[in-house]
Design a protein around this ligand. Structure first.
Ligand SMILES: Cc1cc2nc3c(=O)[nH]c(=O)nc-3n(C[C@H](O)[C@H](O)[C@H](O)COP(=O)(O)OP(=O)(O)OC[C@H]3O[C@@H](n4cnc5c(N)ncnc54)[C@H](O)[C@@H]3O)c2cc1C
Length: 497
C-alpha cells in the first residue's frame, strides 16, 4: 500500500496556511488509529484533526507504553506522563470515547491493534529525536508490511525541521539568523477539537501504575501536567506576567517565567494555542515595552524550535559534541566533585540552590540552569554529558533537543558562537540576579539567617566566619578563580593552541 502523506506536509519552505491542509478530504474508507505520543491533548492537535479528517469512520485513540522508550524515562517524567494521560483519558471519556492503552514495542503493538480493529491507517505527530525516529521507522515498516497506511503529521513546533534554512545547509547554527526568519514566518492558528461523534466509542484498560512500569515514586514534586493546567498556565501568564517577562525572566526569586516547559514537553497544550495567546496579549499591550516583552517571550519559543531543528539534522549530538575541537577536551570528571554538584553541596550558594530546586521540584530556573551547567563544565571540568544525564533524570520538562542544546551551549561545544572562555562567575551572577539572596535562602535553608552580602561573598569569607554564620553549609569545594584559568587552559589545549 502506498504511504499517504499530504504533499503540503512534506514541502518545507513555503509557509502553509490553515485550513488548506485540513480540508476535510476523506482519503481512507476504513477506521483510523490515532497514536498519541508526546501530544497528550485533544484540542489544537494537528495529528488528531488529521486522523479525523481523513476518514468518515470514527477514530480510535491509543497510547503505547513502549519499553524501549521507557528505558530512557525517569521517575519524575513517568509521574508527569501518567498524570497527563489520566487527563487525556478523561477528556475522551467526556466525549463518549476512551484512550486505548497498550504495552509493548510499538512496532508489535500497533500492527496487532490495527488488525484487531480493522484499521486502515495510523496517524501520529512527528517527534524529531533520533530515538523516536528510529522507533517510527520500525513502526512504519511493520504497519506497511500489513497493508496499513502511516500518516505522520508535523505538530510539536510551528515550523518543522527543514522549513527554515540558510542559503546553504539544512539548518541554522546561529540562533539570531534563525529567529529573524522564524519571527516573520506565518503561523498556523489553533485547531478546534474534533467533534465527539468523530471519536470511536471504545473502552480502554486502566493505566498502569508507575511501579508496574518499573519506576519509583519521584523524589521531586513536579507541577501539574494536564490539559486543564496547561490552559490555565497560558491564560494566567498572558494576562499580565508576559508584560514583565523581559525583566523578570532573569530573576530566579521572581515567578517571572511561564512555567510552560513541561506542558510543551508533554504536549498538554498545542504550540499554536500558546502562540495565539501571546499574539492576543501583544494586541492588548498598553506600551511599547509591554509589546517588546511579549516578543521576548516569543523569542524563547523560537529557541525551542531552533534546537529541534539542530537535533533533527544532528541526532548524534545527544552524545557527541556539536562543535569539534582539534583535540579531545581534557575533562577531569572527578567523582567527588560530581556528587557534590548533584547534591547541591559545592559551597557556591546559587549553584547549590539550583541543584536543590531541581531535586525538589523537577524544574530549575533558566538563568540558574546556565550557571550550574557552566560550573560543572568549566569550574569542575566535568563532561557536559554527565550534567545532561543528571538533568535528563531529574527534569520533568526534559526535552532532548533543549537539554542537549543547553548543555552544549554551556560547555562551549554547541551551536553558540560564544567563545570557550565564557565562564560564569557564580558570585557575581548571584549578586546580579538574586541580589537579596531570596532564591538562595529558599532552597538552601542553612543560609536562611545569613545576610545577602555574606552569602554572595561566601567564597571569600574566612573559614571561621563561615563556620560562625552557617556551620552546616560547606565551604567552596574549589577556588573559582583558579578553576576558571584551568578551564580556559584546557579548552585552549583542545583547540591545539
Ligand atoms: C543546561 C540547560 C538545560 C536545559 N534543559 C531543558 C530541557 O530539558 N527542556 C526544556 O524545555 N528546556 C530546557 N532548557 C531551557 C530553559 O531553561 C527552559 O526551557 C526554561 O527554564 C523552562 O521554564 P519556562 O517554561 O518557565 O520558560 P519560559 O522562559 O517561560 O520560556 C517559554 C518556553 O520557551 C522555551 N525555552 C525557553 N528558553 C529556552 C532555551 N534556552 N532553549 C530552548 N527552549 C527554551 C521552553 O519551551 C519554555 O517552556 C535548558 C537550559 C539549559 C541552560
Amino acid at each position: 500500500m502506498t504511504r499517504h502523506v499530504d504533499e503540503r506536509l512534506a514541502t518545507t519552505d513555503a509557509p502553509r496556511r490553515y485550513p488548506d491542509f485540513f480540508d476535510a478530504r476523506v482519503v481512507s474508507s476504513g477506521m483510523n488509529l490515532y497514536w498519541h505520543r508526546r501530544d497528550l491533548r485533544g484540542t489544537d492537535n494537528r495529528g488528531l484533526v488529521r486522523a479525523v479528517s481523513r476518514s468518515a469512520e470514527p477514530v480510535i485513540p491509543v497510547f503505547v507504553f513502549d519499553p524501549t522508550v521507557l528505558e530512557h524515562a525517569s521517575a519524575v517524567r513517568v509521574a508527569c506522563l501518567l498524570e497527563a494521560l489520566e487527563g487525556l483519558r478523561a477528556w475522551y471519556r467526556e466525549r463518549g470515547s476512551d484512550l486505548l492503552v497498550a504495552r509493548g514495542e510499538a512496532s508489535d503493538v500497533l500492527p496487532r491493534l490495527a488488525a484487531e480493529h480493522d484499521i486502515d491507517a495510523v496517524v501520529w505527530a512527528e517527534d524529531y529525536s533520533g530515538l523516536a525516529r528510529e522507533r517510527d521507522r520500525a513502526v512504519t515498516a511493520a504497519l506497511e508490511d500489513d497493508g496499513v497506511a502511516c500518516d505522520p503529521v508535523h505538530d510539536a513546533i510551528h515550523h518543522e525541521p527543514g522549513s527554515i534554512t540558510p542559503n546553504e545547509g539544512d539548518h541554522y547554527s546561529v540562533f539570531s539568523y534563525f529567529w529573524k526568519k522564524w519571527r516573520d514566518r506565518e503561523k498556523l492558528e489553533p485547531l478546534e477539537p474534533p467533534a465527539a461523534d468523530a471519536l470511536a466509542a471504545v473502552t480502554g484498560e486502566p493505566l498502569p501504575s508507575a511501579s508496574e512500569l518499573g519506576f519509583d515514586e519521584p523524589t521531586a514534586t513536579p507541577q501539574s501536567v494536564t490539559q486543564t493546567a496547561a490552559r490555565e498556565c497560558v491564560t494566567e501568564f498572558c494576562s499580565g506576567p508576559i508584560y514583565r517577562y523581559a525583566d523578570a525572566r532573569e530573576k530566579p526569586a521572581v515567578d517571572g517565567t511561564s512555567r510552560l516547559s513541561a506542558h510543551l514537553k508533554w504536549g498538554t497544550i498545542g504550540i499554536r494555542a500558546v502562540y495565539e495567546a501571546t499574539e492576543r496579549a501583544a494586541e492588548r499591550a498598553a506600551t511599547d515595552d509591554d509589546r517588546e516583552s511579549v516578543v521576548a517571550f516569543q523569542r524563547q519559543l523560537a529557541w525551542r524550535e531552533f534546537y529541534a531543528h539542530v537535533l533533527a539534522f544532528n541526532p548524534e549530538t545527544v552524545t557527541e559534541n556539536f562543535s569539534g575541537y582539534e583535540h579531545d577536551i581534557p575533562w577531569r570528571n572527578d567523582p567527588d566533585e560530581l556528587e557534590a554538584w548533584k547534591a547541591g553541596e559545592t559551597g557556591y550558594p546559587i549553584v547549590d540552590a539550583g541543584m536543590r530546586q531541581l531535586q525538589a521540584e523537577g524544574w530549575m530556573h533558566n538563568r540558574v540552569r546556565m550557571l550550574v551547567a557552566s560550573f560543572l563544565t568549566k569550574d569542575l571540568l566535568i563532561d557536559w554529558r554527565e550534567g545532561y544525564d543528571w538533568f535528563r533524570r531529574k527534569l520533568a520538562d526534559h526535552e532532548t533537543a533543549n537539554d542537549v542544546g543547553g548543555w552544549q551551549w554551556a560547555g562551549s561545544t554547541g551551536t553558540d558562537a560564544q567563545p570557550y572562555f565564557r565562564v560564569f562567575n557564580p558570585m557575581k551572577q548571584g549578586r546580579e540576579y538574586d541580589p537579596d539572596a531570596a532564591y538562595i535562602r529558599e532552597y538552601v535553608p542553612e543560609l536562611e539567617a545569613v545576610a545577602a552580602d555574606a552569602i554572595h561573598d561566601w567564597h571569600d569569607l574566612e573559614s571561621e566566619r563561615r563556620a560562625q554564620l552557617a556551620p552546616s553549609y560547606p565551604a567552596p569545594i574549589v577556588d573559582h578563580g583558579e578553576r576558571r584559568e584551568r578551564a580556559i587552559a584546557a579548552f585552549e589545549q583542545a583547540r591545539g593552541e
